[in-house]
Design a protein around this ligand. Sequence first.
Ligand code: MEV
Length: 297
Amino acid sequence: MARASGKVILCGEHAVVYGCPAIAIGIDRGVQARAQRSAQPELRFGDVVVHDPDTLRAYHALLERLNAPCTATQVALEMPHGVGLGASAAVAVAIARAVSELEDSAPASERDARLLEAANAWETVFHQNPSGVDTACALAGGVIRFRRSQGFERLPLGTGFELAIAVAGPPMPTRQMVESVARIRERARERFQRDLDAITALVDNAALCLGAGDLAGLGQLLDYNHMLLSSWLVSTSEIEDAIRLARAQGALGAKLTGAGGGGCVIALPGEAGASAILEAWASAGYRCFSTHVPASP
Ligand code: MEV
């Protein structure tokens, strides 16, 4: 049985499409997949055979990259789907892992590159121009800094922490949000470039804060990132409401995560802890949970 994690983007979403760095965190919820050779390719979610043409096209593109056209795969989702937590990338990576376990004896580094290529072929069917951050995080788990031109590196964490996560409305398709940001870029290229420079600097500073265990500093950077994302019109009134509630419960910082237009909000709890934020969100009707991010060397 192969596994891959869902993710939240801590900072740098959208900018990462234009080559800026982003930091992503694998969450402790994900996807499992089991593969076996078969006469015909087949994909099941649980016991349900997939007939959706886009999903089948993505599956065939993935199998083709792994040179395994005749494979039957069964996928089990252990995370919310369609809310911007990277379920699609986690499905792709879990399937690629399960398929490659059938025969791949390549060294780990080569195998990871093949898995990412196959998973990105799946993602391209849905998102056209994915940066690759979601699949990199699904593959690596933990906390990574990702850059399109460089791939991912693991980040050391000076301290562990909790992240509170709320679903603030159904998200728009990622592709649509990425296209909408591209239109904003076309209208004001110079200003957009200044925003990208600011995001690059804040992501680098966020990596330093993570290393030093400076959660207060990290929280301020998350707020700043959210402000810049809002200026690209990817926030919504529900996202703003969830952020306001988190800040009222002492969050050190809060922002949308992923493509926006709905989807999830993350909040870095302050002294009152994640439970105060989760209670406030739950009373306002938001689905929510927290994930623990452990310290690492
Ligand atoms: C989606 O999880 C993240 C975006 O930056 C798109 C991408 O990186 O491909 C919005």
